[in-house]
Design a protein around this ligand. Structure first.
Ligand SMILES: NC(=O)c1ccc[n+]([C@@H]2O[C@H](COP(=O)([O-])OP(=O)(O)OC[C@H]3O[C@@H](n4cnc5c(N)ncnc54)[C@H](OP(=O)(O)O)[C@@H]3O)[C@@H](O)[C@H]2O)c1
Length: 276
């Protein structure tokens, strides 16, 4: 294993696919001081996307994935799962055992990637989410066949300033994808709906949205920091004959819990079919 791959520092980061997630992670890593903009090179399919990356983040850019990946100690793969095979076909020409490939692609297993690479490249699969942008992200990691602890540690260090990081069994990554990566979208809908309710009963939208969002943030923090079961925390809010129980009755009538459970089951199923 080379010194560079082993080193905790990122010497050169290649971000392949500077789309929504690629740019979010790059912006967050630069903001957190994980890597300097002068050490980053980003790729995309279209030049206008690269112009955006260069002007917003001050990183180098190229339309050539091979050029970006050569010489990078950490290659962060952020393209859509549907183009994974063609990008990996390009990368197999240049990636070596000295490099670490971190893939954030939903549905794409470490085995899928390894089968398409000529060399025994260390592959780490990561499932981050968009709150990484504000340091409140969640990233789940697992290692491929050739990645050893120092490389998993290097990947962990790349994400740990962007929020929480955990390692988990790759067999469950479709479930991780739905609850953790799609999850923020579901919660935004909950926040939006709570705020609509507050608007309906007279609050200005800005105030309503702030109150709803902070209620979600606070509730999430309570679950994580107390480690109490959410039902116990809910019961603590629900005074006998109070207003919360009336709200809960309405949520149960509307099937909130069944709806959310089904959302996770459906998103998990879909996460497993994004590549053949
Ligand atoms: N969105 C999330 O919250 C989230 C969370 C976790 C993981 N992910 C994973 O992140 C990945 C990207 O998702 P996204 O939402 O960021 O998608 P996106 O905004 O569409 O970004 C994909 C980027 O890939 C670029 N691209 C396409 N073909 C390319 C090629 N051959 N070589 C280099 N770049 C290429 C596109 O360039 P152009 O812009 O020039 O077309 C685009 O900028 C997906 O695999 C997804 O599963 C997403």
């Amino acid at each position: 294993m080379s010194k560079t791959t082993n080193s905790p520092r990122i010497h050169r980061l290649a971000v392949l696919g500077a789309g929504k997630m690629g740019l979010t992670l790059t912006r967050a890593m630069i903001g957190a001081g994980v890597v300097g903009p002068e050490s980053v090179i980003a790729t995309a399919r279209h030049q206008n996307r690269l112009d955006l990356a260069a002007s917003e983040l001050g990183v180098a850019t190229t339309l050539d994935n091979r050029e970006a990946a050569s010489g990078a100690d950490l290659v962060l793969l952020c393209v859509k799962p549907q183009v994974a095979a063609s990008v990996l076909e390009e990368l197999t020409e240049v990636l070596t055992e000295d490099q670490l490939l971190v893939s954030i692609l939903a549905s794409v297993s470490t085995a899928y990637i390894e089968q398409r690479l000529r060399e025994k490249v260390a592959v780490v699969r990561a499932m981050p989410n968009t709150p990484c942008l504000v340091g409140a992200g969640m990233t789940t990691l697992c290692s491929g066949r050739w990645a050893e602890q120092p490389q998993l540690d290097k990947a962990r260090r790349a994400f740990e300033h962007l929020g929480r990081v955990m390692s988990w069994d790759e067999r469950y990554f479709d479930a991780v994808t739905s609850v953790s990566a799609s999850g923020p979208a579901f919660i935004y809908m909950v926040i939006e709906a709570l705020a609509e309710g507050a608007v309906k009963v007279g609050l200005p939208r800005k105030v309503a949205t702030e109150l709803a969002a902070q209620a979600c943030l606070g509730a999430a923090k309570m679950v994580i920091e107390t480690q109490d079961h959410p039902a116990v925390l809910k019961d603590a809010v629900t005074t006998p004959a109070g207003c919360t129980i009336d709200g809960i009755l309405s949520l149960e009538e509307g099937g909130l819990r069944v709806t959310l459970i089904k959302a996770i089951v459906e998103a998990t199923r879909r996460a497993g079919e994004l590549v053949e």
